[in-house]
Unconditional design. Structure first.
Length: 474
């Protein structure tokens, strides 16, 4: 929320950055009405960002004069969210709401004027959003939000983008006026610019109904810096007319659903995926699982045991416990293991992170997974628990299925999908026996992880799962 200013006269409340470079939020529900008296820290609205549901409280005491938006509106960071009535005065007359939906049908001049008014006589926001964002969530300086004369620029020949995104474009040497935005309403995002600078052929620059210009980045060869320029080539694109007859429901890409789409799209277009699969004989481990469950007096799935095996295997194969920094062309091998665990919710897929998973035992992993999964489903998960993963696991077996081809949670470099364990007839030393088999599917970024190393890692995981005494040893 740093960098967002609130007025000295406390006449209105400007929507701050709700954390980690969020540019906008969807208004879900108002918790106050015009004329209500509110106290400092009292929740005024529920808003959905691309990661979580956030309660927005009042930064001071006052009387609500105007609610600037309605449920379903997408409000830009830096826009006025609430106006307060003047002391000993009646409720102020409603003014024009500044939201993405309204902005797309309005001239840019009034919006710029509203932004200039919102920033006058301002003071530093002290941080008012429930779910405090710690300093550990800071983004690189080139992504940091800085005060500008307007929050979003638009025009007949200008691309739609926030000042922070325009700053990134300038640093990357990308002509933002030509970049086709993939954000809401065609807004250019930081991901669009990064994709251009990384040479993603799918990033379109200038779009018409029948023509798309593709960016081709060129690193300057006569200097030692990383300045990037772009050339362009033209493609003919024929977008099909989608038959809308019989549509039962039209769901816009908003909030978590849009974040999922953008993240998966970026991963598939950036990481070079390959998948290796194998099965583990977990017959002995299943008996240990039942013993642990009885001792702990709780239900215990196979997942925390697989997590423990993954943590131990990552210590032997550290290349897979990494992030890739494509902007700086670096592979960042991480020491702590922050294990992401995909959770299916009514709002879409979320990936909470179990921090320092390598320091936890089976019981602690099981408890933490349950708590984080529940907080995701209730939309109360803290933002800091949704970032910083170094390796991700997806327990697809809890819903059915054997093997999978999981998509890497970029910028991580690997993900493991755990299938459903099934009883099968197995052989050992020439004898048949009924055993429990657990299917595993590992996807890696081939740019960082060689195929042989991926296979060795998976074989190490199998070795721990098939030898529970070794797995559970301190």
């Amino acid at each position: 929320m740093a960098g967002v200013k609130q007025p000295d006269d406390k006449s209105h409340f400007i929507l701050p950055d709700l954390g980690e470079g969020v540019h906008e939020a969807e208004l879900i529900k108002w918790r106050v009405q015009v004329g209500d008296t509110v106290k400092e820290h009292q929740t005024m609205a529920e808003m959905e960002t691309d990661k979580a549901l956030v309660e927005v409280p009042s930064p001071w005491n006052g009387v609500i004069g105007e609610l600037c938006g309605k449920a379903g509106d997408t409000i830009l960071v830096g826009s006025v969210l609430v106006r307060y009535a003047a002391k000993n005065a009646g409720v102020v007359a409603p003014t024009k709401t500044v939201s993405v939906a309204a902005k797309q049908h309005a001239a840019p001049a009034p919006v710029a004027a509203a932004k200039a008014d919102a920033k006058s006589d301002a003071t530093e926001d002290a941080g008012t959003v429930v779910g405090n964002v710690s300093g550990s969530l800071g983004v690189p300086s080139r992504f940091a939000r800085q005060p500008e004369h307007e929050s979003v620029s638009s025009g007949a020949n200008k691309s739609l983008a926030t000042p922070a995104v325009r700053r990134i474009a300038k640093e990357l040497g990308v002509n933002i006026q030509q970049v086709r935005g993939t954000g809401r309403g065609g807004r250019v995002t930081a991901s669009d610019l990064q994709a251009v600078s990384q040479g993603a052929a799918e990033v379109a620059l200038e779009t018409t109904a029948s023509r798309v210009v593709i960016a081709q980045p060129i690193k300057n060869s006569n200097t030692n810096d990383n300045t990037v320029t772009t050339t362009a080539s033209t493609l003919s694109v024929a977008y099909p007319n989608v038959n809308r007859d019989g549509v039962k429901e039209c769901i816009p890409f908003r909030g978590i659903r849009r974040k999922i789409a953008q993240a998966l799209d970026l991963s598939v277009k950036t990481a070079v995926h390959f998948t290796v699969v194998d099965s583990a004989d977990v017959t002995k481990l299943d008996r240990k699982r039942k013993e642990y469950a009885a001792a702990l007096g709780t239900k215990l799935s196979m997942l925390p045991f697989v997590m423990l095996a993954v943590c131990k295997a990552l210590r032997k194969h550290p290349t897979l416990n990494a992030n890739v920094d494509d902007a700086n062309e670096e592979i960042l091998i991480k020491d702590p293991i922050h294990l992401g665990c995909a959770v299916d919710t009514d709002h879409g897929l979320m990936v909470p992170v179990l921090r320092n998973a390598h320091q936890k035992n089976v019981g602690e992993l099981a408890t933490l997974v349950k708590e984080l999964a529940e907080s995701c489903k209730q939309r109360t998960v803290a933002r800091e628990n949704l970032v910083g993963g170094t390796f991700t696991m997806s327990n697809v077996g809890s819903y059915g299925g054997t093997f999978a081809t999981p998509i890497i949670n970029y910028p991580e470099v690997a993900i493991l999908a755990v299938g459903r364990a099934k009883e099968q007839v197995l052989t050992k030393d020439g004898a048949f026996y009924a055993g429990l088999v657990l299917p595993l599917s590992l996807s890696c970024d081939h740019r960082i992880v060689d195929g042989a190393e991926g296979a060795r890692f998976l074989n190490t995981v199998l070795g721990f799962l098939e030898n529970p005494d070794k797995l559970l040893a301190s």
